[in-house]
Ligand binder design. Structure first.
Ligand code: ZN
Length: 131
């Protein structure tokens, strides 16, 4: 089976909401695209992020762009909470400069940091609830 990529507006909405709620001001919404892949052979990967690196920006005359891909077979069966944590993880790979490059896991992306940010997300959601 070949891999297919479908635009994922549900993922995009969630990514935008997370970035807003967690004050990730460096994340430029219009240059973050979200896709869902179907038919990936990846056994353990739930999601990944791609960046348009500097040389591509130059050659294509494009600004830095990121694509977040969720792997349908793994992502779709997760609970909402796990989906949110997955997307927080991917967003943490985007460096403050929104350069098209990545921040590595080491020393930055950890279970603990993701848990903490997720708690904050839940808290801010409740606070923002309009009755
Ligand atoms: Zn990662």
């Amino acid at each position: 089976m070949t891999i297919r990529y479908l635009e994922a507006p549900d993922v995009k909405r969630l990514v935008d909401e997370i970035a807003d709620s967690l004050d990730f001001f460096h994340v430029v919404h219009q240059f973050v695209y979200c896709y869902r892949s179907v038919g990936s052979k990846s056994k353990h990967v739930i999601a990944r992020i791609y960046g348009l690196g500097k040389i591509w920006q130059e050659a294509l005359r494009k600004p830095p762009i990121y694509v977040i891909e969720v792997i349908s077979e793994h992502y779709d069966k997760l609970s909402d909470e796990e989906k949110e944590k997955t997307l927080i993880h991917e967003l943490l790979h985007i460096p403050k400069g929104f350069s098209g490059g990545f921040r590595p896991h080491k020393g930055y992306i950890s279970r603990k940091r993701i848990e903490k940010l997720h708690q904050l997300l839940l808290k801010r959601r409740t606070t923002n609830l309009k009755v």
